[in-house]
Design a protein around this ligand. Sequence first.
Ligand code: MTE
Ligand code: MO
Length: 365
Amino acid sequence: MKNPILNPVAKQHSNNTFTADEVGLANRNSGTLLETLRHDVTPVGAHYLLNHFDIPYVESADNWTIELSGLFQKPQSISFAQLQGLAPQTQRVTLECAGNGRRHVQPHWPSQPWSVEAVGTADWTGVSLKSVLELAEPEAHCSEIVFHGTDTGVDGGAVHHFARSLTIENSMLDEVMLAYAMNGQPLLPQHGFPLRLIVPGWYGMASVKWLNKIEAIDYAFQGHQQVGTYVYRDKKDDHGTPVSKIRVRSLLIPPGIPDWSTRQRLIRPGITNIIGRAWCGGGTAVARVELLAGERSIEATVHPSSDRFAWQLWEAQWEATEGQHILSCRATDANGNQQPLEPRWDAAGFGNNAVQQVEVWCEDY
Ligand SMILES: Nc1nc2c(c(=O)[nH]1)N[C@H]1C(S)=C(S)[C@@H](COP(=O)(O)O)O[C@H]1N2
Ligand SMILES: [Mo]
């Protein structure tokens, strides 16, 4: 395939203003509505979305097959029906986009301009990846498994379909699954119908949608979505460190009522129950959440998660007094990692888990 360069205009960082292209991306890739954080399982229509290219049109799952090729002793094609015949498993998993928080990393890289809302939790049903790999028997020298989606487009000047790899060790973890249902329903087209990978505890890019090919290899996969992006870098052209597990983060449900366009909040004076979610990758629990109100830090009650890879509910009582306030929340995971107060720099705006800021105006209206 030739590699056309569709857009010869070099991308560059910019401050606070957003281009029409970024607004276009924001219209295609919706974030969750923060008030829906009250639900332990995000309603499917409120789950965030991130699709790089066009959503493939798949009329029915009946003819879908998943090809296991490369370094397998028994390479084979598995039909969707066969997959559904394997022992099913359901897991509640919180997914977050690695670009969540990008718009606060200033100057920001022109891409999906997430504020803090690229997160959601779903009950994913499918089969363990391990059980499928074992059918095909990976060769002893296989070191990585590549997951290929059918969606195709141009990025980094090259035509490619979306593909990512995991090491064979990570592929064999019990929690990694091939999912065909979300909250008890077949996947919606935009979430990968009919089949996707779910890699619990990792940022969303690992969970390849519209999955139709699983390839076993013995070298480091060099696809654009693996090495050209999803890498933490100080400078645009650095070699960088691959993005993997989700960093600890918490969000609060903005209290009171919103101003339509600015989303500033209006609340009445008095004791207010502030509720939110906190989560961390790698199956690590969140140990602590503080509600920050101006100079004050209020210890929140953090509830256990309903599943190892799902977020946790937290709540704290705050006495609102008349005037303007900034509310934030700050989580610390069980290993002692804490959310930073200010965004840390990353050239493409990945992994910004700095605290959210919610402007609240308190008045007896
Ligand atoms: N095939 C394919 N898989 C993909 C993507 C994509 O563009 N194509 N986007 C990835 C990214 S960056 C994220 S954050 C998650 C988002 O999953 P969701 O849209 O179901 O929330 O899907 C991942 N899997
Ligand atoms: Mo993402």
